[in-house]
Design a protein around this ligand. Structure first.
Ligand SMILES: C[S@@+](CC[C@H](N)C(=O)[O-])C[C@H]1O[C@@H](n2cnc3c(N)ncnc32)[C@H](O)[C@@H]1O
Length: 206
């Protein structure tokens, strides 16, 4: 998969929006490994929750030109940046300033992506709308992720796929159990140790 053009973004803009890092590229790597499967599914609506700069959902949009891409972010500046990244790379996209996917009432997405704020922090650090929201994950680094897990059965199409980036501290087995209770199978797509952090991307599907 091609890496989207991002030279239009000034370095200082990343004081306010998450700068693409190894986790962003691991999620792109996971999508690339699954690209034949995704192309065969021919998804219509793809959603990235928490799109930051927009690098991940734009890469997916470039690889799946028939799909309509939508992104959300709690950080308004991230939504603006995602829109410009999509535009520069000629990807049709809408980016909405929203908490997770709460305002999509009747929409079902064929693909949902999430690289969440996964760092273990105090609960009080969670729930901001600024750059802190990029990393502060609260208890087990899972407070934001767990809220999205609860929404997946309502937001994902019956044969949809959900890709989620986690680190070991998030206790991936517990996530697998939560999703199993909702009726989803799971599969580890890729895992990489980076300095002291084990990052992985899991896929959930019926
Ligand atoms: C680790 S960053 C990932 C950014 C981008 N997807 C990437 O991979 O480079 C997490 C993103 O989730 C957003 N976020 C955090 N809490 C959110 C929430 N409740 N609803 C929507 N977006 C949220 C943050 O603002 C941030 O842009």
């Amino acid at each position: 998969m091609e890496t989207p053009y991002q030279n239009h973004i000034a370095k200082a803009d990343f004081d306010h929006v998450y700068e693409p890092a190894e986790d962003s590229f691991l999620l792109i790597d996971a999508l690339e490994r699954d690209l034949d499967f995704l192309k065969a599914k021919n998804p219509t609506f793809c959603l990235e929750v928490g799109s930051g700069s927009g690098v991940v959902i734009t890469a997916l949009g470039m690889a799946l030109p028939n799909a309509f891409c939508i992104s959300t972010d709690i950080n308004f500046k991230a939504c603006e940046m995602t829109k410009t990244t999509a535009k520069y790379n000629k990807v049709l996209m809408d980016s909405v300033n929203m908490d997770l996917a709460v305002s999509f009432v009747n929409n079902k997405f064929d693909v949902i992506l999430f690289n969440p704020p996964y760092v273990v922090t105090e609960t009080s650090e969670c729930g901001t709308c600024d750059i802190t929201a990029s990393w502060a994950g609260g208890d087990k680094g899972r407070e934001v992720t767990d809220r999205l897990l609860d929404m997946i059965p309502k937001k994902l199409a019956q044969d949809g796929i959900f890709y989620l980036l986690l680190i070991e501290e998030n206790i991936p087995n517990e996530v697998v159990e939560i999703m199993a209770k909702f009726g989803y199978k799971s599969q580890l797509i890729v895992s990489r140790k980076l300095r002291n952090e084990q990052q992985l991307v899991m896929k959930f599907f019926k």
